[in-house]
Design a protein around this ligand. Structure first.
Ligand code: SF4
Length: 64
């Protein structure tokens, strides 16, 4: 499983980084930076919450 961000939708609210800090941090411009690689099991719940809460519905979890 990995994380994808639709950059045509994301407008840098930053909520995702607050809800899933294990996998997402914010760049200086406020846009998210997703850590590369597989999502650890412990972070899946947080990422699902972030995807649901994203105001732009720009974040999604993709099964590999
Ligand atoms: S919460 Fe959504 S819109 Fe906001 S920075 Fe994250 S992906 Fe982008």
């Amino acid at each position: 499983m990995h994380v994808e961000i639709d950059w045509t939708r994301c407008d840098g609210h930053g909520l995702c980084a607050r809800l899933a800090p294990e996998m997402i941090e914010l760049a200086e411009d406020g846009f998210p930076i997703v850590r590369r690689g597989q999502v650890p099991d412990a972070a899946v719940v947080h990422l699902k919450r972030a995807a649901t809460a994203c105001p732009q519905l720009a974040l999604r979890l993709v099964k590999d």
